[in-house]
Design a protein around this ligand. Structure first.
Ligand SMILES: NC(=O)c1ccc[n+]([C@@H]2O[C@H](COP(=O)([O-])OP(=O)(O)OC[C@H]3O[C@@H](n4cnc5c(N)ncnc54)[C@H](O)[C@@H]3O)[C@@H](O)[C@H]2O)c1
Length: 353
């Protein structure tokens, strides 16, 4: 079985994570060498036993390198991707693959020209929280979903450096939004018909450090995505409303619960009740015997790491269909473009993505 040699362009924090993951030896990909403009990172690579190439071209000229990982800052992805493809390499690019659709269209054109495999590290398709939410919807237990709320919330602001810088693709839409949008679009497969987004720059004036995005799909399904970096009380990771029940996924491990309707509770008294909510019929408490609570436990068959991303790449090199397709990530980039436009114009953007 062939082991594929990996060359890494941009050996920073995330590339270090790829290294830790690949060092486990679960997939047939081995790091050969790296190129980074930061000499400290090059020195680290040498100490770890990797080749530290003197230039990007030197890495690309090495015929031993089969796959190139691009893990530089976001504004550089396009240029490196095209160079690597033209050098005959397969490519895995960090997210966000590009900051606009035109750049990704150019990459996809080059992919077809060069006949190489190009994929994106949308690793959060393989996380326990997301998989458990998807599986629970698929089981039918909550009926037809009509609202999916997906949130990631922190209170520590954003890491210093390029993430606070607009030109380099900083901000939370590119950092986390791209993952959460990709998850929902990967799951639903429906066209996105409307995008509305409100962005906030609470602590970092150049970029969005918080945002609220609403996407409406063809069937009317609504996805509400929120990223916060200034949030001191968190919501559940997912909150899903279905016609027959409600689901929450409380944490990253996929745990949560479903409350499912067993029978209707629509015997309305003629008198308005005085309850905790005040005088109301609609919001009076439900008869507890008409619902069932089902605990959701952590899925044990989900790796929650980068292995599946590499596996699908290796399989595609060997002829299988690719799972994380560039065309899918193009749809995500288009939604992000619409989100920025919505924020700028303070309007709903009608789309056919
Ligand atoms: N998939 C994920 O879950 C995930 C998580 C974190 C980061 N990322 C992505 O990974 C990429 C890198 O993020 P990071 O957190 O590792 O940032 P980082 O700043 O830690 O690392 C970036 C590295 O790229 C190097 N670099 C920058 N420009 C370069 C150039 N022109 N040539 C060569 N090297 C260059 C820098 O010196 C640095 O070492 C970003 O695209 C980010 O969005 C993905």
């Amino acid at each position: 079985m062939k082991i594929y040699n990996l060359g890494i362009i941009g050996y920073g924090g995330m590339a270090g994570n790829h290294n830790r993951q690949l060092a486990q030896g679960n997939v047939r990909v081995k790091i050969k060498g790296v190129y980074d403009i930061n000499e400290e990172r090059m020195e680290l690579a040498r100490q770890q036993g990797f080749v530290a190439y003197e230039s990007c071209q030197a890495l690309l000229n090495d015929s031993d390198i089969d796959i190139v990982l691009i893990a530089t800052t976001n504004e550089t992805h396009k240029e490196f991707a095209i160079e690597a493809l033209r050098a005959g390499k397969h490519v895995i690019c960090e997210k966000p693959v590009t900051m606009n659709a035109k750049d990704l269209e150019d990459i996809i054109f080059t992919v077809h020209e060069c006949g190489r495999i190009f994929t994106v590290d949308q690793n959060r398709r393989y996380n326990r929280d997301f998989i458990n939410m998807w599986r629970t919807i698929d089981s039918g237990v909550i009926g037809k979903p009509y609202v999916i709320e997906s949130r990631v919330e922190g209170s520590r602001g954003m890491p210093a450096g390029w993430r606070t810088n607009k030109a380099q693709g900083g901000g939370m839409m590119y950092d986390w939004g791209v993952h959460l949008i990709d998850q929902i679009m990967y799951m639903t497969k429906e066209k996105v018909k409307e995008v509305y987004c409100k962005m906030y720059s609470v602590n970092y004036p150049e970029v969005d450090d918080n945002f609220r995005l609403t996407m409406t799909f063809e069937s009317g399904l609504t996805a509400h995505i929120e990223i916060s970096t200034n949030n001191f009380i968190t919501h559940p990771r997912f909150y899903v409303l279905g016609t027959e029940g409600t689901m929450i996924i409380t944490d990253w491990d996929g745990t949560g619960k479903v409350v499912k309707k067993l029978s209707d509770d629509s015997t309305w008294d003629s008198e308005i009740k005085k309850v905790k909510a005040g005088p109301t019929k609609t919001m009076a408490p439900r008869d507890p015997n008409t619902v069932e609570t089902i605990e959701l436990t952590e899925p044990t068959d989900v790796t929650d790491n980068l292995d599946p991303v590499y596996e699908q790449l290796v399989n595609a090199i060997e002829g299988a269909p690719l799972t994380i397709k560039p065309e899918e990530t193009l749809r995500v980039v288009r939604v992000m473009e619409a989100a920025f436009k919505s924020h700028e114009t303070n309007d709903t953007i009608h789309t056919d993505i």
